[in-house]
Ligand binder design. Structure first.
Ligand SMILES: [Zn+2]
Length: 262
């Protein structure tokens, strides 16, 4: 789910549980639920306290996100939360997101050590392709959606989302096999338009496939002009990874951020 900016369930739950601890110990300390929580926390270490209680899960969530400095006491109130408008109930969750993102990234790095820098070698999985094409958008915040889903916000991005989640019948990338509920492995998803049985990676579909690559020609022409106008390296000198990354909305790595929006 990294391609859609959705963290693994264990981190998502940890975020919610740590935010609950904040509500019980800082925001709403006078509620019955908060008082019971504080009381039950005192008994948490006794043998009689069941394993899967909310108190134990909250304690575990703190160690998962490695924010145990003030636990089990109330956490210090972050500046962003102090300054937030009272109606903004999610300000603490917003504060926690970079922490979750950092932990999420360290988990991903177990598999792809340099992430989100582009991994080398042939693309072996969807996650690998994602880092290869969007690493610049992912540097600080994994919650961020890839630019091709957000840049046309005035249009409905659902069709793109379906394409990305592989449930678009007319695009033959790694179609979901309904019968046994299994997805093809990335490198066994072959292009249905090419007789040679090549892997239908994003790069193949957008730039190389004789049946589909013409779709991007207009955009390539526009990007070539934009690169020239902003003194960037010429389109023809870019690798296929970089070209696909540009087509999918990531700015060139050498472009100053003030031009990114353009
Ligand atoms: Zn093809």
């Amino acid at each position: 789910m990294i391609e859609l900016g959705i963290p693994p369930l264990i981190l998502q739950q940890a975020l919610q549980l740590v935010a609950l601890h904040f509500r019980y110990t800082v925001l709403h300390t006078n509620t019955i639920a908060a008082k019971l929580y504080t009381l039950r926390c005192k008994f948490r270490c006794s043998n009689a306290h069941p394993q899967h209680t909310i108190e134990n899960r909250i304690a575990k969530a703190h160690s998962t996100l490695m924010i145990s400095s003030t636990y089990p006491g109330p956490p210090s109130v972050p500046r962003s939360v102090t300054l937030a408008k009272p109606k903004n109930r999610n300000s603490y969750t917003t504060f926690l997101k970079p922490i979750v993102s950092a932990e999420w990234l360290s988990q991903i790095r177990l598999k792809y050590p340099q992430s989100p820098l582009p991994p080398s070698g042939n693309v072996s999985s969807r996650q690998h392709a994602h880092f290869l094409l969007h690493h610049l958008s992912l540097c600080n915040n994994l919650y961020k959606l890839p630019p091709y889903l957000t840049m046309c916000a005035h249009r409905n991005p659902m069709s793109l989302l379906r394409l990305r989640s592989q449930s678009h019948q007319s695009i033959p990338t790694h179609m979901l096999n309904i019968a046994d509920n299994q997805r093809d492995a990335y490198d066994s998803g072959v292009c249905l338009y090419c007789p040679s049985g090549v892997t239908c990676s994003e790069i193949h579909l957008i730039l190389e496939c004789p049946a589909t690559s013409h779709v991007a020609l207009d955009l390539i022409q526009l990007l070539t002009t934009l690169l020239y106008d902003t003194c960037q390296p010429d389109w023809s000198t870019l690798t296929t990874h970089e070209q696909t990354s540009l087509i999918l909305g990531d700015p060139p790595s050498t472009l100053s951020t003030k031009f990114h929006h353009v």
